[in-house]
Design a protein around this ligand. Structure first.
Ligand code: R5P
Length: 316
């Protein structure tokens, strides 16, 4: 940040030679915000967020927090994911920093929540991916995320009306696989995974195959894997999200039944709605690793650099 106070008057506004980016860390995302801040040369504010006795949210952004002047027309990026009640935190933080004078307010959500209910599967269901996108678009000026779950919606522009930039995890995943797995054969557990699996395969020069999955319920999937000559290859199952883990567990089970070596499982977003580590090992997996879009003990693959590049792109 480069600035100089004009005229020596303590009341006069400071004069910026550059646009200034300030990051606001949603609780739980401090490490991600600090890492991004270091890469972008941006300062990080940790806001005060707590509950009033009645459970409503109290939000305060100290305008001088860490010597940072949010009120002087800086660009602000709120950093954190939007699961649980986090959307309300983002909405209140965005309102607060706009009141303090922020010029533009963006959102860096490494995992973009609410993308999977992208259609009305049963009469009367809400298409929450669309409603959520509308809410976020009316709250912040731009959005950066990592590999959103796009299936029946072609691109974020189909639902988000604000500018968006998508950071890709494929190069980092490809590097991890090249370093850690001998003779990998990449496996997508279902048709939509082809977008992530093919991108990784192209970068690490590995063959890939896509399985067929039928989802029978939230915690019930059926997957078919072809019998194959594995020729010493190790399967690496790649999916965008691991939530209940049923997809990874069933893919692993079917690959083992088809005669493969213990598969390595790689997911971009470690949602982990259920504890599944033991079940995955019992099914015959070698292990599971994830990218660090959601903090979790399985995080091994860092996507901070593509995320920082995406923010740079939004900052123009
Ligand atoms: C499917 O829509 C996604 O790409 C993932 O396969 C799915 O979200 C994984 O969910 P779970 O871990 O609950 O099987």
């Amino acid at each position: 940040m480069r600035w100089s106070p004009p005229g020596g008057s303590p009341r006069a506004p400071l004069w910026y030679h550059d646009r200034v980016l300030v990051l606001i860390a949603i609780p739980g995302s401090e490490a991600c915000a600090r890492d991004l801040g270091a890469r972008l040369g941006a300062r990080v504010i940790e806001p005060e967020i707590r509950q009033f006795p009645d459970g409503e949210l109290y939000v305060r952004v100290d305008p001088r927090g860490g010597g940072i002047d949010v009120e002087l027309g800086s660009d602000v990026a709120i950093v954190g994911n939007l699961s649980g009640d986090s959307f309300l935190r983002v909405a209140f933080l965005a309102g607060t920093v706009r009141d303090l004078g922020a010029r533009r307010v963006g959102l860096v959500a490494p995992y973009l929540a609410y993308m999977r209910q992208d259609s009305r599967f049963r009469p009367g269901e809400g298409v929450t991916a669309r409603y959520f996108a509308r809410l976020v678009s009316s709250t912040v000026d731009w959005l950066v995320t990592v590999d959103p779950h796009l299936r029946r919606i072609d691109s974020l522009a189909g639902v988000y009306t604000i500018p968006t930039t998508v950071a890709r995890a494929a190069p980092a995943i490809a590097r991890w696989i090249a370093a850690e797995v001998d003779q990998p054969v990449l496996v997508g557990p279902d048709a939509e995974s082809v977008q992530w699996v093919s991108a990784v395969a192209e970068r690490c020069g590995a063959p890939f195959l896509i399985l067929e999955k039928t989802r029978l319920g939230n915690r019930d999937v059926s997957i078919s894997a072809p019998d194959g000559a594995w020729n010493g290859h190790t399967p690496v199952v790649i999916d965008d999200i691991v939530s209940t883990g049923r997809t990874m567990i069933e893919a692993t089970r079917q690959l083992r039944a088809a005669g493969s070596a213990p598969p390595m499982c790689v997911a971009i977003h470690a949602v982990f709605a259920d504890a599944l580590h033991d079940a995955l090992l019992d099914a015959g997996a070698r292990g599971i690793v994830t990218c660090d879009t959601i903090p979790h003990v399985t995080n091994r693959i860092c996507v901070a650099e593509p995320l920082a590049d995406a923010v740079r792109e939004r900052m123009g």
